[in-house]
Design a binder for this molecule. Sequence first.
Ligand SMILES: [Zn+2]
Length: 336
Amino acid sequence: MEENDYILNILSGLGLAINEKNNIEIVINYPIFFNKKNMKYEISSDYKINIQPIGSFLSDFLNTDFDNYNDFLNLFNKYSLSLIKHTTFRKIFNCINYSETDFKNKMLNLLIKNKNNYLKLQNQTDMILDYCLLNPNAKAIKFKPIERLYVLRRISPNLILLHENRSTYYSINLFSSYPGKYEKEIYDFLSKRNNEVIDFDLILSNDISSILYKSICSILKQEVYLKKCKNCGNYFIATNKSYNYCDNIAPNQDKKTCRDIGRKNVFENNKNSDPIIASYYKLYNRKAMMKSRYSDIPKYVYDFDKFKRIGKKKLDRYKTKQITPEDFKRWIEKNS
Ligand SMILES: [Zn+2]
């Protein structure tokens, strides 16, 4: 398979291919950037390939507030070819550099034209995830999420997302070749050297609803985990079931991610929920303060360093139940 053919096939679709076996999405786009020299929007002549967990498009799409221009712009920058046809994209961006106003007008036109469809897809995705995963009703509760989807699909003919999605499947190494139309032709094609079917497929979606549908299936099969970040409230795809915080920069922060903040919250919660641990940290902070205030007095420096060194071991042993609460409490009181 020629790499160029492979790329061209993805580009002529929606700029997004799904590899279900590895639970990944391959996104190709041409980044749009603002050239400060001539104050114009330009499109990069080189494409960019981004590989991300399957479901990332879905969570980005659900997180987008289509009443907010900047939100739409962010989504567009990441998935331009999934939102408009490659030929249309080329027509709009190929040889023209846009001024800031012209670019904004183009984008707003695009948004106005598609907004209703995006909102409809957002609503339907929300509804499906709610029924199948987040809030199953009493009848559904003892069934698996993917079984609930089977039921929902049969009882909801109006959910176009479940009925009108279209995709094309390719065996990855035969991706760009045409095997012919008839049975014999296709077997002849396969009997040639190099034309061997290996079992993972690449899926090219023909519309957004089919990307969403494939993503929903992977989420409901619980191969990837769709979570709502406990700090910023956005959806994200977690690679591990236990992750509750996303990796994005947290709101009102320069560098810290939600996960950094989450770690701190868990730490704070642990610290406050156990009175003995709370008294340990209270003493810890007092000694640390004395050290920093009287850093020229060796007694305070030594006292804190020793407390910290031994205290950490005591705390770990208490948490893992190698010493009793009474032992730990006595040690804290002795060092107060
Ligand atoms: Zn977050």
